[in-house]
Design a protein around this ligand. Sequence first.
Ligand SMILES: [Zn+2]
Length: 243
Amino acid sequence: MSSLETSSAETEVDAEVATSILGGAIETQENQGIQTIQTFTSGVEREVKNITSTLEFEGQETQISFVTTLDHMTHEYVSDRRDTLGVDNMVGDTASEGAAAWYDLRKDQIVFDSVAMSSEIDAEYWARVRKHEEIHEQLQAKEFKLSEIKYNNITLSVNPVLVEWQACKANIPSDLTPEYKGHVAAGDALVEFLGSEEPLVTALKTGDMQALQTHIDQLQIEQILWSLQPLELSQDRATQMAA
Ligand SMILES: [Zn+2]
């Protein structure tokens, strides 16, 4: 066996042990309950250092090589989670309520399920989840003056249907449950009726859903008036044809 092969086999073992130490440190943090991404990731760094300090190495070279591998791995993990999820956002248990994440209106906090802190994640998916919650947080009112919007004999709830219609703009269809796909379709149909997103987006931002309902009622009156015109036209045409 050449020395090159020996060193690559050692590196593999290093990486395996390092992965398992990092995994253990992540698990320890997952059991700490709800906390910020900053606190969680700092806890992982601390725990990795604690475990490393208890390890015995055959020689200084082995120690340096192993610690370098583990440090690099931990740093990658920590900076990736901070970038993807945001240091001030929270991590906790949202999966037990069937959610990957949520925005807690009362506490004004975005909470990701702890699965987002696993060692391997789909970073693009979690970036979309974050954007979804940020739409709730930044583009929507905390209170709405009406809880339902009515048009063309259709009644839509403001929450969840219309608020989720907007937040799901951050997602791709495969992210969404059939229920959420339904909210998207219902919101899109309302936008088609309105002729633009603007009145709906403004109402969601200000919370003044009554303004949106008034706008809809006005549009419906206009629609009725328009629908009367073709009758007059066709009557004219009938007159012309008879002449
Ligand atoms: Zn949502």
